[in-house]
Design a protein around this ligand. Sequence first.
Ligand code: HEC
Ligand code: HEC
Length: 386
Amino acid sequence: MKSGSMRILIGVIMATLACLLGVAFARGQAAQTAPAGQAQRPQMAEEVFTNVQVLKGIPVDEFMDTMGMFAASLSLNCIDCHVAESVDKWERFADETPLKRTARTMVQMVTAINKQNFKGVRSVTCYTCHRGDLRPKVVPSLVVQYSAPVEDPNEVDIPPNAKGPSPDEVFNKYVQALGGAQRLASLTSFSAKGAFIGFETEQTKVAMDLLAKAPAQRTMIVHTRLGDSTRVYDGRAAWVAAPDKPLPLMTLTGGNLEGAKIDAIVSFPAQIKQAFAQWRVGATAIDDKEVVVLQGTNPRQPPVNFYFDGSGLLIRVVRLVDTAVGRVPTQIDYSDYREVAGVKMPFHWTTTWTDGQATVDLTEVQPNVTIDAARFARPAPAPRPN
Ligand code: HEC
Ligand code: HEC
């Protein structure tokens, strides 16, 4: 593949994953029949997959993120490193290929570099050298050296004492823009219907339901052609039960769990401020429009960036997941704010991450409804497609 051809990459990855939808996953079936209690403990990659040699001891969700890191860093799609048959059979991802072998030695090389030079901190990752190319560049580019730098708002650097509004001022403006603290406090739950487009739906529009309850419970159910794909955050733990995942019920861990929590608190935004121990304020631009950035940090977690437009509304969240091979980003862009019970709510959002993109459009929202507690409990494993 041509280097840097991100559009092609995403397209092909989506095609690959779309094909995976038709796949039954035998080991997943086994997990489904495992005794109850056990499903609580996240399954490790080597327990689920058959040919894991270096990325051992990490949960399945993080393992899949490392694959996203490889794909994003080298602009490859899954079946550049894996045999073409993998798109029809999860098992075939275990087959060896030359690129897969090289990737393994690269993981070991990167681990050694970081250990020997950076006290084990993941300062060097696949992206450090590859930057979207299969073969890292050797000769510096005069074009790059002599062009104006392009700022990526997701990489905004926020010094500790940057000038600008205080975090409180940004939050207050946000709360005002949403309808004020009182109205926000009176919205304690909602159920919504809408449309979802993503690669798990092969880029076709399907129906979805969203349920949310303050302070931080959230369930999203996407009705895909192969069955329901359910994501739940119960206030503490998070799961994905989907027909296109390597496991019929995948427990989210680490940064994915934090991400599920952030998705939930963004539904009841008065929580956001308390959710982080430390805040910094910065500024950047998105699509040539000035935005204010609030960066929230908690101990031992990567920072999360919240971007607010001129009217004070939240338009983007960028969060990171730490993996064994470095951090991978997820970006969520919110728009089409409409009033529900006097509170402005985004009706449209797009989630972009290293192996895909998904868009949600809400069509109706019922505020302050009673939602059965079971809707926020650990979901049943997704039935495997035939
Ligand atoms: C740069 C090459 C590369 C890319 C791109 C890549 N993988 Fe992998 N994949 C590997 C390597 C290397 C392993 C084995 C890891 C190990 O031995 O610890 C692996 C293992 C796997 C496994 C476990 C197979 C088994 O049963 O042992 C799955 C599943 C998998 N990859 C899925 C994917 C998916 C899905 C994508 C696309 C999002 C992807 N991979 C992209 C290199 C790659
Ligand atoms: C310190 C720099 C560096 C880092 C970090 C690095 N690579 Fe590489 N990688 C290289 C170089 C140099 C080559 C050889 C390119 C060539 O043959 O011209 C290479 C080659 C590869 C190839 C084979 C390309 C081919 O055409 O055969 C793969 C696959 C690969 N790297 C994957 C990875 C993965 C996955 C990571 C992260 C775990 C990674 N690399 C991290 C420098 C790096």
